[in-house]
Design a protein around this ligand. Sequence first.
Ligand SMILES: [Zn+2]
Length: 132
Amino acid sequence: MLTESEVHYLLEIYDAYTAGQEYVGPQYLATRLKVKRPTAYQMLQSLVKKGALHRVKGKYCITSIGLEMARRILRNHRIIETMLYRAGVDLETACRCASRIQNEVDDEVVEKLWEYLGNPDKCPHGRPIPQV
Ligand SMILES: [Zn+2]
């Protein structure tokens, strides 16, 4: 189980990965997330310990476990967001609430919601809902 801040980092790394950047370093994350380099470095270390990242020559790449974690979280986020948005919650609020629930909710519950919503493949932002 990842902490909320580990999730924050993992999703940033996943974003870079899907944009074609396979390796990231602490400086990249420090810049992107506006944190100090040692903070980013520490977070990379804990993601390595949890099996989400793999260290190669001072650079870090996402493992298949990390990919699975990131997709699961994004899937949860985007399905919950879709539900809230369709219920009339504005998109910004829906996104903020989904960010809080995404790590806590049971996967089975999300899958039930997904079916209930008619198996959407995009969130209200138009981003794909990943398959896991
Ligand atoms: Zn969102």
